[in-house]
Design a protein around this ligand. Structure first.
Ligand code: ATP
Length: 212
């Protein structure tokens, strides 16, 4: 019996509303790995009103990407703090520039890509219906027509910002998938729901991360 003590550097990719958050938190919980989420870290800075927080706030609110130079410097410093741990990187890199910069300082071992059909993604945003003021106005302001849920949870969950994030994902983040495919370390997990995807993820990670 061998104890596997390999430090794994993993990265998770997935479109907005692909269930990346759900799968990431399940991975972190099951395998007890460090979760390094760029979005969470940025929101933390915004909340604490740090200089970085003030600098990036507007980008997040509008669903736009924070410029590469700011992001690369910030995330590489964050990753240095967890050098000796197994981590799951989430939300970074989002551009090929960022992927190249990360590769230079810390090549990742594996990239998990969640593949969810586009119709399913669209259906989930936000609560499945996209409202534009004056075009498709909800019956009760701020509430979803069907579920009655609040339409706006986070500033960047506003329909316009979500639309922007989907567009950005298609144009700038998709090439990141290609980048890792070429490196030969991309693992794809397909499904319509997180419950469908999860067993595929564990079947892949168990032999790597659990001591046998
Ligand atoms: P998505 O559903 O678009 O993946 P999310 O809520 O998971 O959204 P987060 O990863 O939490 O997104 O990031 C929220 C915001 O933080 C992004 O819309 C962007 O403004 C900024 N951000 C996070 N990571 C990066 C990055 N690697 N490069 C540039 N901007 C980033």
């Amino acid at each position: 019996m061998t104890v596997k003590s390999k430090i794994l550097k993993a990265l998770i990719l997935g479109a907005p509303a692909s269930g990346k958050g759900t799968i990431s938190s399940r991975i972190v919980k099951k395998y007890n790995v460090e979760h390094v989420s760029s979005g969470d870290k940025l929101r933390d800075h915004i909340e604490k009103q740090t200089n970085l927080g003030k600098e990036v706030k507007q980008y997040l609110n509008e669903g736009k990407l924070v410029p590469d130079d700011v992001m690369i410097k910030f995330m590489i410093a964050e990753l240095n703090k967890v050098q000796n741990k197994t981590w799951l990187l989430d939300g970074f890199p989002r551009t090929v520039n960022q992927a190249e910069a990360l590769w230079r300082v810390q090549p990742v071992d594996v990239v998990l890509n969640l593949v969810v059909p586009f119709e399913v993604i669209i259906d989930r945003i936000p609560s499945g219906r996209v409202y534009n003021i004056g075009f498709n106005t909800p019956k009760v302001e701020g509430k979803d027509d069907v579920t009655g849920e609040d339409l706006v949870q986070r500033p960047d969950d506003k329909p316009e910002a979500v639309k922007k994030r989907l567009e950005i994902y298609d144009s700038v983040t998709r090439p990141v998938i290609e980048f890792y495919k070429k490196k030969g370390i991309l693992q794809q997990f397909e499904g319509k729901t997180s419950d469908e995807i999860w067993p595929k993820v564990t079947a892949y990670l168990d032999p790597i991360l659990l001591n046998k």
